[in-house]
Design a binder for this molecule. Structure first.
Ligand code: NAD
Ligand code: UDP
Length: 323
């Protein structure tokens, strides 16, 4: 068989679907494991008839069967409203799911990449965030199911590496957006674009001065593939993201300008335990992987807006205003 046999857990999600697409395009054989909690058949519809693509509908916490050279573990809801809907499920997916895949990888000698998150830094007191920062996470709060779930998963990865020499790598992913997002996902970029296109109010949490740094989907997926392909052991986590930091309210204004929408900003209560600032230090990714994002924010947002226009259309009132 030419190409590698690769398991993509969470392969029907926003990032997973794009990853499957890119790996298939280079000749790999892909099994997409997903329980479709936040993933959608629609996201992988165009891959289903590909001869090298299979779907395994199950939870990542269940034992895996089959023969794989590599495993990407992206299985976990990522949007705060989605991961807080079933917090116990989120925690167990991250910890028990990673444990199940680590056991498989160790037994079969497969390589495993864990999709971790900037949330391991919590509400960070070090800015920008370097991988050596231990973080500031509220372990009793509403985000803990995700943050501590991801931290627990990282702890398991490094213990398996120390105890069994499991060939693993960890990507700490910062906010990523792009075509393929679910319009109802609840994250800030998709919410603001959909609201702008529908002509409804743009919902700003808190005063909108909290910051995030937004990375375009394709840059991020390329980073994941670079990290998996990197030779030798990767015994330390690597931040993947775009250091282009901005305030949430500035993102809202930018989206209003790019869509030409007349929507107005409304301010609601801040989300609980919401990190006030977030920006990756990507020096490690640059030096170890020779990777950095290349898509400017406006260019990525325009592609994302075009995608959402195809999904949700544009409100008639907005269109009328432009005639
Ligand atoms: P997503 O919600 O679109 O995709 C997650 C996928 O995992 C979905 O297909 C979902 O059905 C699947 N899944 C959830 N629980 C599962 C389970 N128990 N068993 C099998 N499949 C399960 O999210 P995404 O944005 O594509 O994120 C992918 C990964 O990257 C996640 O692990 C997330 O934590 C991580 N990440 C993403 C971002 C981002 O900005 N997109 C940032 C940091 C980390
Ligand atoms: N946010 C917002 N309005 C929304 C959705 C999100 O103001 O409709 C804010 C949210 O409170 C946070 C930031 O945007 O401060 C990023 O939120 P997101 O859910 O995208 O991801 P997070 O980085 O918090 O995991």
């Amino acid at each position: 068989m030419s190409g590698k046999a690769i398991l993509v857990a969470g392969g029907a999600g926003f990032l997973g679907a794009r990853l499957c697409e890119k790996l298939l395009a280079r000749g790999d054989h892909i099994t997409c494991l997903d329980n479709f909690q936040t993933g959608r058949l629609e996201a992988i519809d165009h891959l289903i008839r590909h001869k090298n693509f299979k779907i395994l509908r199950q939870s990542v916490t269940e034992p895996v069967t089959g023969e794989f050279d590599e495993i990407f573990n992206l299985a976990s809801p990522a949007s705060p409203p989605q991961y807080q809907r079933d917090p116990i499920g989120t925690f167990t997916t991250n910890v028990l799911g990673t444990l199940a895949l680590l056991k498989y990888a160790t037994e079969k000698g497969a390589k495993i990449l864990q999709a971790s998150t900037s949330e391991v830094y919590g509400d960070p007191l070090v800015h920008p965030q370097t991988e050596t920062y231990f973080g500031n996470v509220n372990c009793t709060g509403v985000r803990a199911c995700y943050d501590e779930g991801k931290r627990g998963a990282e702890a398991l990865i490094y213990d398996f590496h120390r105890v069994h020499r499991t060939n693993s790598r960890v990507a700490r992913i910062f906010n990523t957006y792009g075509p393929g997002m679910d319009p109802d996902d609840g994250r800030v970029v998709s919410n603001f674009i959909v609201q702008a296109l529908r002509g409804s109010d743009i919902t700003i949490d808190g005063d909108g001065c909290q910051t995030r740094s937004f990375c375009y989907r394709d840059d991020l997926v390329d980073g994941l593939i670079c990290l998996m392909d990197a030779q030798g052991p990767c015994s330390e986590p690597i931040n993947l993201g775009n250091p282009n930091e901005m305030r949430v309210k500035d993102l809202a204004h930018l989206i209003l300008r790019l869509t030409g929408s007349k929507s107005v900003l409304t301010f609601r209560d801040a989300a609980r335990d919401d990190p006030k600032q977030r920006c990756p230090d990507i020096s490690r990714a640059k030096s170890i992987l020779n990777w950095q994002p290349s898509t400017p924010l406006e260019e990525g947002l325009i592609k994302t807006i075009n995608y959402f226009e195809g999904k949700v259309g544009r409100a008639l009132s907005e269109l009328a205003g432009q005639l």
